[in-house]
Design a protein around this ligand. Sequence first.
Ligand SMILES: NC(=O)C1=CN([C@@H]2O[C@H](COP(=O)(O)OP(=O)(O)OC[C@H]3O[C@@H](n4cnc5c(N)ncnc54)[C@H](O)[C@@H]3O)[C@@H](O)[C@H]2O)C=CC1
Ligand SMILES: O=C(O)C1=N[C@H](C(=O)O)C[C@H](O)C1
Length: 254
Amino acid sequence: MREKGPAAAARVGVLGARGRMGMEVCKAVDAAADLELAAAVDQGDDLTEVADARAGVVVDFTTPDAVMDNLRWCVERGIHAVVGTTGFTERRLDQVRDWLADRPRVGVVVAPNFGIGAVLMMQFAARAARHFESVEIVEQHHPRKLDAPSGTATHTARLIAAARAEAGLGPAPDATRDEVAGARGADIDGVRVHAVRATGLVAHQEVLFGTTGETLTIRHDSYDRASFMPGVLLAVREVPRRPGLTVGLDALLD
Ligand SMILES: NC(=O)C1=CN([C@@H]2O[C@H](COP(=O)(O)OP(=O)(O)OC[C@H]3O[C@@H](n4cnc5c(N)ncnc54)[C@H](O)[C@@H]3O)[C@@H](O)[C@H]2O)C=CC1
Ligand SMILES: O=C(O)C1=N[C@H](C(=O)O)C[C@H](O)C1
C-alpha cells in the first residue's frame, strides 16, 4: 500500500483481497493516481481494518456466502460499496435496498460483470431478443469457479426473458422428450443456459439466437482479469455520487 499524499481522492478497501479478482483490484487501485489502497482484507481478517483505515469505498469480490454480511457492515458504517461477487437474486437486492433506506447517502453498485464488452454483449442480447423465437446461452469459465451458471449468464437470461415477455413471445420451440438430466442446461426464466468449465478459460459467453433460416451469435471473451478493471475503477469513482442501489454498469457508462 503506497501513500499517495493528500491529493488522493478516495481511500479504497478491498474485500477478498487475496482472491483472483481481489489481487487484480488491489493492483489497479494502487496504480491509479487518484485512489489510495487503504485496506486489503481477506477471510479471517478483521473487517474493522477497513474502518480503521478510513476507507470511503469498499470493493467486494468474495463469495456469495460472505457478500451480504460484508455489504450490511459497510452500509451500516456509511461506507460506499462496489460489488462484483455473484449470487444476487431479486430478494437479495431488495434486502440491500432496505438497508440503504436507513442510510440515504450511501451508494452501492452491484454489477454481474464489470467488463465493458460484457455489458455491451448483454445490451445487444436484450435488444435482439424480441426478433428471434429461439435463444440459448453458453457460458464458459475457468474450473475454479464456485457457481454455475455464472452471474453474467443469469442476468443475461433475465434480460432476454423480460424482452421476450414484453414482445409477447412464448416459450422457444423444443421437442425434447427424452433427456439425460442436465443435457438441455439450466432453465433461467425460460431461457436455457449451459455452463462449461475448462482449464485455460477465463470468462466467456455466447448468446445464440435463431429464427427461420438464420442465427445470430453474440459472443464476449475476457482473456485476462485486467479486462474487468476499467469498469471496477469507474464504479469506485462514481459510487459516492450515486446514493442508493445501482444494478449493472449500464447507467455509469451512459
Ligand atoms: N462482476 C464481475 O465482473 C466479476 C465477478 N466475479 C465474481 O467475484 C467473486 C470472486 O471471484 P474470484 O476472485 O475468482 O474468487 P476467489 O475464490 O479467487 O476469491 C475470493 C476471495 O474471497 C475471500 N473471502 C471469502 N470469504 C471472505 C470474507 N468473509 N471476507 C473477506 N474475504 C473473503 C477468499 O478467501 C478468496 O481469497 C465470484 O463470485 C465471481 O463470480 C469474478 C470476476 C468478475
Ligand atoms: O467467476 C468468474 O470468473 C466470473 N464471474 C462473474 C460471473 O459469474 O458472471 C463475471 C465473469 O463471468 C467472471
